[in-house]
Design a protein around this ligand. Structure first.
Ligand SMILES: [Ca+2]
Length: 355
């Protein structure tokens, strides 16, 4: 810039007055210097959770940048991402309903399957995904802004990350930390409750197995386990042993699969599937493969004394929040109550006549 040029004069005047609104474009050299350090690496050893925000959030992020956020946990930790805000410049149509992220500002999430970097998902516009989870200790997020986003009024993104050892399984189970995704449900603790697939209600992570073991009362107080599924979307339909689909299986045995009970997969309506154990013990297994993931399941369980079990009938699953099984607990109790009441009345009558 020549010293005598009008632009130079304006520039000097601006500096002197300090009142000029300097155009965003003229900030690029400074911004780029900052943005070169936008790559981050988060270790669980330092913090088990935190927040990641786009550059200058909630003010517009600069164009033509690439920021990489790496997460590294330890032990059996999984990385879970929860998108709180997302507002990226989108030139391909409605940002609330983006049709594709090619050549758009975007957030890409990568996981590692057998050590190989694999794209879990790519997101753009204002449409953030439900919570995401890695299948190992590591995860990588890459944010890219195109040159087009230069003057657009977008505020970027904000997401929270967690290093979790509980696999994002919800419910009342007690986790056996030594064995990964293994949860116990004891009748002595609670007769009813629920459990979910990992990372529910977000899509479950690939390459993951979770076991849910139910321990009812035995011997003189023999109980059975009833499982009723609410939301269910696991893999695609058709999950025999020969296929590779994600599935949920059931077993009356601790470690082997039960040939009598078919695997479950595909999409089902709430209450459509009920499973009953043969004995006091029951096991549910969830297993996902390396490709195509869905939102998983939420299921209710209930321990029921054998003498309370009557012919199953379908209940209304939409309004069933207490376990949803089709048994009618209380039938025997009601009968006992009536008998005891009659005996008590007879006793009072005898006493009355004696007095
Ligand atoms: Ca899958």
């Amino acid at each position: 810039m020549a010293l005598c040029s009008p632009l130079y004069f304006v520039f000097v005047l601006c500096i002197v007055l300090m009142e000029c609104d300097v155009p965003l474009a003229s900030q690029y050299p400074e911004v780029y210097n900052q943005v070169t350090s936008c790559n981050m690496k988060k270790f669980s050893a330092n913090a088990k959770n935190g927040t990641i925000e786009s550059h200058s959030y909630p003010h517009p992020y600069p164009p033509s940048i690439r920021c990489q956020y790496e997460f590294e946990g330890e032990g059996q930790e999984r990385v879970q991402l929860s998108f709180k805000k997302m507002n990226l410049y989108y030139s391909g149509g409605d940002p609330d309903m983006p049709h594709g992220c090619i050549n758009q500002d975007s957030i890409s999430v990568f996981i590692y399957i057998d050590g190989k970097e694999t794209l879990l998902g790519q997101y753009c516009g204002n449409k953030s995904p439900n919570q995401l989870m890695s299948n190992s200790q590591r995860m990588k997020v890459v944010f890219i802004s195109t040159s087009q986003s230069e003057t657009r009024n977008v505020f970027g993104f904000q997401l929270e990350y967690y290093f979790r050892t509980d696999f994002g399984v919800q419910g009342s189970g007690i986790q056996d930390q030594r064995k990964g995704c293994l949860f116990h449900y004891n009748s002595t603790s609670s007769k009813v409750g629920f459990f979910t697939s990992p990372n529910f209600p977000g899509q479950y992570p690939p390459h993951t197995e979770c076991n849910y073991q139910f321990h009812g009362l035995g011997k003189n107080k023999e109980e059975r386990v009833f499982i009723t599924f609410g939301d269910f979307y696991v893999g695609e339909s058709g999950c025999e042993k020969t296929t590779e689909s994600d599935y949920v299986s059931f077993s009356n045995f601790l470690s082997s699969e039960d040939r009598k009970l078919p695997r479950l997969c595909g999409q089902m309506n709430p209450g459509q599937v009920i499973r009953e154990s043969d004995g006091a013990f029951f096991r549910v297994t969830f297993k996902s493969n390396d490709i195509y993931d869905a939102t998983g399941f939420k299921a209710n369980y209930r321990f029921v004394p054998v003498y309370d079990i009557v012919t199953p009938t379908m209940s209304n699953p939409e309004h069933d929040t207490s376990g949803g099984t089709s048994i009618s607990p209380g039938t025997s109790h009601d009968h006992v109550t009536v008998v005891m009441g009659t005996v008590y009345l007879l006793f009072l009558t005898v006493i009355f006549h004696v007095l």
